[in-house]
Design a protein around this ligand. Structure first.
Ligand code: CA
Length: 584
């Protein structure tokens, strides 16, 4: 995949897995190709660009096999993407059906939706203005679940786009974003939907895994879908009808004041409507979500849903006079106004409030059975076993086993690197193994600035680790952590220039290089970069695209040379602020 793809990738270069079917292996590449390989040799059998364009869309999810077809969607709801889920013939890659999650241009029949025309007519009433010009979001980047009992495919949809509704005159619920949608597995025809976050303006994707199980609820066995999305509530829905059964907050929530017990519709906190108040709003949960893509696990033995949980707020502020551009995030937010200040007290407070948990959620009784506090957010996915074990890797670099019923810590292994993936288990000749891909990265590392180190071992050593009882293997000694000293040139710009540079940095640069110019450690931290010493060198990269092969493409479609210089002055100012902070 060309590294230039990174500029349309919201949350680091990631991939959530592959699918096996027949003699083939299916993988979706970040640049939008769906690829069929020979399982035994790795030879490419076919490869097809499945995304509508390679400017606004990427693919980060794992394909799923459903009734002899390959299902995959795309990512891009921070850009100008229109979400969809599509099914492909595994022999040829030919598209069999496609469900668009957002209605298209009404003048063009919503995009010629066939069996889903009525569903799109209904959805079109929930938007307002020309939503289709910016795609609308609702991308399907994970969680595709097939239920044989009902022949339905259930999937989660991403945030509405732009995040700030006022940026595109968006008014209404914006269906089918931030929802669970069910379609017929053979035809892709709409069956039902349940919207978890109407009027989404907080990046509350509902793409988290959907777990289907038969659960005793109120003394009755129910065939349900269990979902713990970014918005902080555990939802239980009837699989066949989509009927709402319950929603219960499992973390502190302030964007909604209550959930209607009959309909599941939230009452939105007026303060959370930042585009109306004109003020910043610090939301719990934040954009990273109370739970993101790290897989949850349900144990039918305990009746608990094990949720990798983030406790991490996010500040939202509407950008004034915002207009879409052809490159970078298109969220309509002002990232500069709410960037982390160079203030030791504020930073310490934010760090103290930013943590993670592993939560064992008692589904039938709608309450936590046990919790484990973790050092920071963005910990790994969860595996629960029939032997009463729960495994999880942490961002701070431990791989841990707990008892599934009580959360007692039984065992741990120091992995030398942050862990974000989920473990799996298998047996050979009756001997059980537990395997996990370790390594650090993702959105928490690249975009969260001074909070990124909160998670702990923010160092990437990518390895596959496999464990079994009685094994004696050891890792080689860990390399030392990087220690960089700030040594910036003096600030020579004007305040107005640094402010302008900060606003541009917040819009175009912070998503990869970190909030307030503090990187998480994997992408270059520009406060430390020699490039800030030279106006010409920085222009050659930002405008000239000199480092495009490393993923740093030219931003000349959005930025002028004077803008590049303003960004340089902002970086120098930030570096000097943090140097002073460190010496105090
Ligand atoms: Ca999103």
């Amino acid at each position: 995949v060309p590294r230039e793809t990174l500029v349309r990738t919201c949350c680091d270069a990631v991939n959530r897995g592959v699918a096996l079917y027949g003699d083939k292996l299916f993988v979706a590449a970040l640049d939008g190709r769906l690829i069929a390989l020979d399982q035994m040799t790795g030879k490419v059998i076919w490869s097809k660009v499945t995304v509508p364009n390679q400017t606004d869309y990427t693919i980060t999810g794992a394909p799923r096999i459903v009734k002899g077809r390959v299902l995959i969607g795309a990512a891009g709801s921070e850009y100008k993407a229109r979400g969809y889920l599509a099914a492909y013939d595994p022999e040829t890659g030919k598209e069999v059906w496609r469900f668009n999650t957002v209605p298209g241009n009404p003048a063009k029949g919503f995009g010629v939706e066939g069996v889903n025309k009525a569903a799109h007519e209904a959805a079109a009433k929930t938007w307002g203005n020309k939503w289709w010009t910016l795609g609308g979001g609702g991308t399907v980047w994970d969680s595709i679940t097939y239920d044989p009992e009902t022949n339905l495919v259930l999937f989660g949809t991403g945030n509405a786009e732009p995040w700030n509704p006022a940026a595109n005159g968006r008014e209404g619920d914006s269906l089918y974003t931030s929802s669970i949608v069910a379609v017929n597995a053979d035809t892709g025809q709409y069956a039902w939907h349940f919207q978890e976050t109407p009027e989404d303006r907080w990046d509350f994707d509902s793409d988290q895994q959907i777990t289907i199980a038969d659960v005793m609820i109120g003394g009755e066995k129910r065939h349900v879908a269990m979902h713990a999305p970014k918005n902080g509530h555990v939802y239980v829905l009837d699989v066949k009808t989509g009927k709402f059964l319950s929603a219960t907050p499992w973390v502190p929530v302030n964007w909604a004041t209550k959930i209607d017990p009959e309909t599941g519709r939230p009452t939105i906190n007026p303060d959370a409507q930042y585009e109306k108040t004109g003020k910043p709003f610090v939301s719990l949960p934040g954009a990273v979500g109370a739970h993101s893509w790290q897989p949850q696990s349900y144990s039918p033995k305990t009746g608990y849903l094990y949720i990798p949980t983030n406790l991490a707020a996010f500040p939202y502020m509407a950008a004034a006079g915002w207009k879409p551009t052809d490159i970078g995030f298109q969220t309509g937010l002002d990232g500069y106004a709410v960037a982390m200040p160079a203030d030791a007290k504020v930073q310490a407070g934010a760090k103290a409030a930013t943590t993670g948990q592993l939560v064992a959620w008692d589904v039938a009784n709608r309450k936590p059975a046990w919790k484990v506090d973790l050092k920071g957010p963005s910990n790994g996915g969860v595996l629960s076993t029939a032997g009463n074990l729960v495994f999880q890797g942490t961002a701070s670099g431990e791989f841990v086993a707990y008892t599934a019923n009580r959360g007692e810590r039984l065992w741990s292994f120091p992995a030398q690197t942050g862990i974000i993936a989920a473990p799996m288990t298998y047996a050979i000749d009756g001997e059980q193994y537990v395997a996990i891909m370790v390594g650090w990265g993702g959105v928490w590392d690249i975009a969260t600035g001074v909070l990124a180190d909160k998670a702990g071992t923010t160092r990437n050593i990518s390895r596959l680790l496999v464990f079994k009882l009685g094994a004696k293997g050891q890792l080689p000694e860990a390399p030392p952590m990087n220690q960089m000293v700030l040594d910036p040139p003096p600030f020579t710009g004007t305040t107005a220039q640094a402010t302008k540079g900060g606003q541009l940095y917040g819009r175009y640069c912070s998503v990869c290089h970190g909030d307030a110019a503090v990187s998480g450690g994997l992408n270059p931290d520009l406060r430390h970069s020699a490039i800030i010493n030279s106006a010409d060198a920085l222009k050659a990269v930002v405008i000239g695209g000199q480092l495009h092969e490393l993923g740093m493409v030219s931003f000349k479609s959005a930025l002028k040379p004077a803008d590049a210089e303003a960004i340089r002055m902002y970086l120098i100012k930030r570096a000097n602020e943090d140097k002073a902070l460190a010496s105090r």
